[in-house]
Design a protein. Structure first.
Length: 270
């Protein structure tokens, strides 16, 4: 279903509709336009315009297309699957879609150059996205001379963005996964207002942060369990680290220095 939306310039209202469909993949093919409008909190004509934007004659054509997709609960070999297997398979599909997107490495390579050139490099991730930001910052600090993790909101967040900008930062990396805190949007607007280029890893091109980012790198999340699964965004973060290393001439030397210090201190078992 994500493939319907990726690469399209959707309005904020249309992104709400798209997100509603993605969050309810089993029910989506059977919702009337009125029901979908109610669930998404938009008008019924907005649902019709959304379907036309996706290239369909109207909402009934979009719904027929959704019904033609592989039925939930059936594996490729026709055997029934339980909800846990479905969640794993959905993550596999998300990773396959990410691989297809990376057939054009241009956006990731551009992002890597932007992050490598930023001194310092602020990395933002709040609430559900904090783990992804923290993991990226941990590894990035091994090769980048100055990484600043921003994983707490509140009134000090803007101050820390200002401090990074005044210290010479030229770009900010944001991880923005559902649910999207309003303060993330405010922080990105503030960062762009100071002159920072915002690179965002988000759950899709229709995510709320799209309009607040200069470069958006999409990676779908899984929605089949109680809490979202984020294998694709995590892998995209590692790919982005690789691209950043390509823009840092001394990255390998820094890694070797760290390994030597770690061995001398006996940090790891092996």
């Amino acid at each position: 279903m994500h493939q319907l939306f990726e690469g399209r310039r959707l309005t904020p209202t249309q992104r709400r509709i798209a997100h509603c469909l993605v969050r309810q993949p089993a029910a989506a093919p059977f919702l009337s336009s009125v029901e979908l409008a109610h669930l998404a909190g938009v008008s019924q004509p907005s649902v019709t315009r959304f379907a036309v934007t996706l290239g369909f004659d109207g909402y009934p054509a979009l719904r027929r297309h959704l019904r033609d997709l592989a039925p939930v609960g059936t594996a490729a070999d026709g055997r029934s699957t339980n909800q846990y297997q479905q969640a794993v398979q959905a993550e596999i599909d998300n990773l396959s879609h990410l691989a297809a997107l990376l057939a054009d490495p241009g956006p990731v390579e551009r992002a890597g150059r932007l992050l490598a050139a930023s001194r310092p490099l602020p990395v933002l991730g709040l609430r559900a996205s904090a783990a992804q930001a923290r993991g990226f910052a941990y590894f990035a600090a091994k090769v980048h001379p100055d990484v600043r993790l921003l994983d707490e909101g509140g009134s000090l967040l803007a101050d820390r963005i200002d401090a990074a900008r005044h210290a010479g930062a030229s770009a900010l990396l944001c991880f923005a996964l559902p649910r999207h805190p309003t303060e993330v949007l405010d922080a990105l607007d503030h960062a762009r207002g100071t002159g920072l280029t915002v690179v965002t890893v988000a759950d899709g091109t229709f995510a709320p942060v799209a309009a607040h980012s200069d470069l958006l790198l999409p990676a779908a999340v899984g929605t089949g369990l109680v809490f979202d699964t984020v294998s694709a965004p995590m892998l995209l973060g590692q790919v982005l680290l690789e691209a950043m290393c390509d823009g840092l001439p001394d990255a390998q030397a820094r890694l070797e220095e760290f390994d030597a210090r770690a061995a001398a201190r006996g940090l790891f078992v092996n």
